[in-house]
Design a binder for this molecule. Structure first.
Ligand code: ADP
Ligand code: F6P
Length: 325
């Protein structure tokens, strides 16, 4: 039976990470397992920045965005010697197993630690929803709601001035945030990297046509949700304004999408996943990642999970085009 577990958050922070940390801590304590919070991701693991958790340590965090453990990018962790030093630090406090909350890169770290004898379970923590083995990632729901609320506000102003607004949302190389925000805010056009062939002049011509067509139909504003993976929002706005004569403004929402109080969905799913991670470690599992698929929480071998491919739902993309007309 495992006696001591650590938990860390790694890569970009995501709302709901705190709920997962709290669930790991409290599930451990409930089972009589010692539990440590590791600060600053793998950097803190290497530097021995550990906080011994008791029941009070994770009070009043379930409702807070960000991560109480802080997060960091630490490329040095790819070096096996650096990982060995981290394992030494873990051994000093008796930490035998680790829950890693982060994205694909963080899973690689967990996989390598497992190969070096530390039992690991990873949880998908990223606003981007770009993890293939799961239909849910911690933080996506909150980020989409945050962006949607900002878009609603921009829409008010866009309507008042009869403008075109290009709103750029996060997502790295994935368009899930853009697609969801586009549908949720009734956008006229949605640009996502998964359906962009790299031909910018062609894309801009299509947008120009779409703006003129909708203007002729009597639309009083034109919302374009642009994923950061397509990008170039400011330049696009300038060229669209020149070609259409419709005043066009670009807004890049940026890191506001990573903050804020997590939604109920992010709190509940993250809590479930945190508890499940501890149960998996208690059953002797290692090198696993927890996902949510077809209405069920499920765990995969990390290598298998990283080998999976993912694409946006084509039907969802198609209806988004139709509904925005
Ligand atoms: P994310 O987890 O959100 O994908 P990153 O790709 O930045 O974010 O990875 C987070 C951290 O995971 C890195 O800073 C590094 O510490 C660790 N990591 C990433 N890739 C590897 C790897 N191949 N081997 C070991 N550790 C890795
Ligand atoms: O992965 C989450 C994310 O917010 C992406 O959507 C974005 O591309 C990236 O992180 C931004 O990273 P940073 O916080 O390092 O600027």
């Amino acid at each position: 039976m495992v006696k001591c577990i650590g938990v860390l958050t790694s890569g970009g922070d995501a709302p709901g990470m705190n709920a997962a940390v709290r669930a790991v801590a409290r599930t451990c304590l409930n089972k009589g397992i010692e539990v440590y919070g590791v600060k600053l991701g793998y950097k803190g693991l290497h530097d021995g920045e550990f906080i011994k958790f008791d029941r009070h340590s994770t009070r009043n965090i379930i409702n807070i965005g960000g991560t109480m453990l802080k997060s960091a990018r630490f490329p040095e962790f790819k070096d096996p010697e650096v990982r060995k030093e981290a394992i030494e630090k873990m051994k000093e406090v008796g930490m035998e197993a680790l829950v890693v909350i982060g994205g694909d890169g963080s899973f690689r770290g967990a996989q390598k630690l497992s190969a070096q004898g530390i039992n690991t379970v990873a949880l998908p923590g990223t606003i981007d929803l770009d993890i293939a083995c799961t239909e849910y990632t911690i933080g996506f729901d909150t980020a989409v709601n945050t962006a949607m609320q900002a878009i609603d506000k921009i829409r008010d102003s866009s309507t008042s001035h009869e403008r075109c607004s290009i709103i750029e949302v996060m997502g790295r190389n994935a368009g899930y945030i853009a697609l969801w925000c586009g549908i949720a805010s009734g956008a006229e056009d949605i640009l996502i990297p998964e359906r962009f062939d790299g031909n910018r002049p062609k894309l801009e011509n299509e947008l120009i046509e779409s703006i003129l067509e909708k203007k002729a139909l009597g639309k009083k504003h034109h919302l374009i949700i642009n994923a950061e993976g397509v990008g170039h929002s400011y330049g696009m706005a300038k060229r669209i304004e020149q070609a259409t004569g419709v005043e066009t403004r670009a807004s890049i929402l940026g890191h506001m999408q990573r903050g804020g109080n997590p939604t109920a969905k992010d709190r509940v799913y993250a809590s479930y996943m945190g508890a499940l991670a501890v149960d998996l470690l208690c059953s002797g599992a290692t090198n696993r990642v927890v996902g949510y698929r077809n209405g069920q929480y499920i765990d995969y071998d990390i290598e298998d999970a990283l080998g999976m491919a993912k694409d946006v739902d084509q039907y969802e993309f198609e209806i988004a085009q139709i509904l925005g007309r």
